[in-house]
Design a protein around this ligand. Structure first.
Ligand SMILES: C[S@@+](CC[C@H](N)C(=O)[O-])C[C@H]1O[C@@H](n2cnc3c(N)ncnc32)[C@H](O)[C@@H]1O
Length: 304
C-alpha cells in the first residue's frame, strides 16, 4: 500500500490494498506475460545481444567499469543483466516472476555467461546484504508494487556508499495520454471486436516485428492490474530523505538539457532545475512521452 511518505496515484484497475494481494495479482500478470520477453531464436550468439541492445544499454555499457558489482532488480527476462555481463561484470538479476527468471536463465545458458546469476526475491521483503552493489537498477518495477517508496528504500540499502541507483518509473504527466488511450480502447472494444488488435498493431514497438513481444507490450501498457505514477519532485524527495544525490534523468528533467552521459552529475542554473522547471518539463512530456507511456529514468548516487 502506498505510504503517506510516498503519495501515489493508482489506476482505476488497482488491485485490493495489501502487500500480498498486489504481489499476487502482479505476479500472476508477469507469469502470463514475462517482460520484455524475447523470441529465443533471435539470441543465438552473444553478438545478437549486442546488436539488439538499446542505445541506453550501450551507454550503460560504455560508462560502467568492468569490475563493478551490478544488480538488476525486477530484471524480467534478463536481457539487460546478460548484456552487462558480456564484459564479465558480476551481475545479479532479481525478479519475483519464475517464468521470467526461467527465460533469463535460458538466455544465460545459451550464451554461456558465467558472471550473471538470477534469484527469485520480492524486492519489498528480501535478504540481500546491505551496501553490496556499485550499480543498482530498478527499471519499470517500483510502480507495480504496493509500496514504491518502501521498495526504493530497500534499493538504497543494498547500494554501496558512493554507488549509483537507476530508477525507471511512470511519470504522472507523461502517462496521461496513455491512460486516455487505454479508456478509448476499452470503450471501442465493446462495439468493435477488432479495436484491441488495431491498438496492438499501433503499439510503440511497431518497428519490432516480434509479434509476441508486441502483445507483451500491449498487455503491460493497457491491461496491467496495478500501477502508480510519480512526479520528478516526488522522486527527488525520495532521494533527499535517503541521502541520495540527484545525478541525471532520461528524458531530461531539466529545461533544455542535452547531456547523454548517464552517470555524470548535471550542474545547471537553478532556473533550469527547480520545481517550476520540472513542472514545465513534465507538461511537455504529456505530448513528447506519449509513445513511451510516460516512462522516465532517474539516476542518483548514494552519499559516501
Ligand atoms: C515491466 S517489467 C520490467 C522488466 C525489466 N526491468 C525491463 O525494464 O525490461 C516489471 C518486472 O518487475 C517484476 N516485479 C514486480 N513486482 C516485484 C517485486 N515485488 N519484487 C521483485 N520483482 C517484481 C515483475 O515480475 C516484472 O518482471
Amino acid at each position: 500500500m502506498p505510504t503517506a511518505a510516498s503519495p501515489t496515484k493508482t489506476s482505476p484497475e488497482v488491485a485490493p490494498p495489501g502487500d500480498s494481494a498486489v504481489l499476487r495479482v502482479v505476479n500472476e500478470f508477469y507469469e502470463a506475460n514475462p517482460f520484455p520477453g524475447f523470441d529465443a531464436g533471435k539470441y543465438e550468439t552473444r553478438q545478437d545481444l549486442v546488436t539488439r541492445a538499446s542505445w541506453y544499454a550501450r551507454r550503460l555499457d560504455a560508462e560502467i567499469p568492468f569490475d563493478a558489482k551490478v544488480v538488476d532488480v525486477g530484471c524480467g527476462t534478463g536481457q539487460l543483466a546478460c548484456f552487462l555481463a558480456l564484459k564479465k561484470r558480476a551481475v545479479l538479476g532479481i525478479d519475483y516472476s519464475q517464468h521470467s527468471l526461467d527465460l533469463a536463465q535460458t538466455l544465460k545458458e545459451r550464451l554461456a555467461l558465467k558472471t550473471v546469476d538470477f534469484r527469485r526475491r520480492n524486492l519489498l521483503d528480501w535478504d540481500l546484504p546491505p551496501n553490496s552493489f556499485d550499480y543498482v537498477f530498478c527499471n519499470g518495477v517500483l510502480h507495480h508494487t504496493s509500496d514504491p517508496y518502501g521498495g526504493f528504500c530497500n534499493l538504497v540499502k543494498i547500494t554501496k556508499p558512493g554507488g549509483r541507483l537507476v530508477i525507471g518509473l511512470y511519470n504522472r504527466y507523461g502517462r496521461l495520454m496513455l491512460l486516455v488511450r487505454r479508456r478509448i480502447v476499452a470503450l471501442l472494444s465493446r462495439i468493435d471486436p477488432n479495436a484491441k488488435d488495431r491498438a496492438i498493431r499501433k503499439q510503440l514497438v511497431t518497428h519490432d516485428t516480434d509479434e509476441a513481444k508486441r502483445h507483451t507490450w500491449y498487455a503491460d501498457q493497457y491491461e496491467h492490474p496495478h500501477e502508480s505514477t510519480h512526479t520528478i519532485d516526488e522522486v527527488i524527495e525520495w532521494f533527499r530523505k535517503n541521502n541520495v544525490t540527484y545525478v541525471s534523468s532520461f528524458p531530461h528533467a531539466e529545461l533544455f538539457g542535452k547531456s547523454k552521459r548517464i552517470f555524470r552529475p548535471r550542474q545547471l542554473a537553478a532556473w533550469r532545475t527547480g520545481r517550476a522547471a520540472h513542472l514545465l518539463v513534465q507538461l511537455a512530456w504529456i505530448v513528447t512521452q506519449n509513445a513511451g507511456g510516460g516512462y522516465y529514468v532517474m539516476v542518483g548516487q548514494k552519499q559516501a
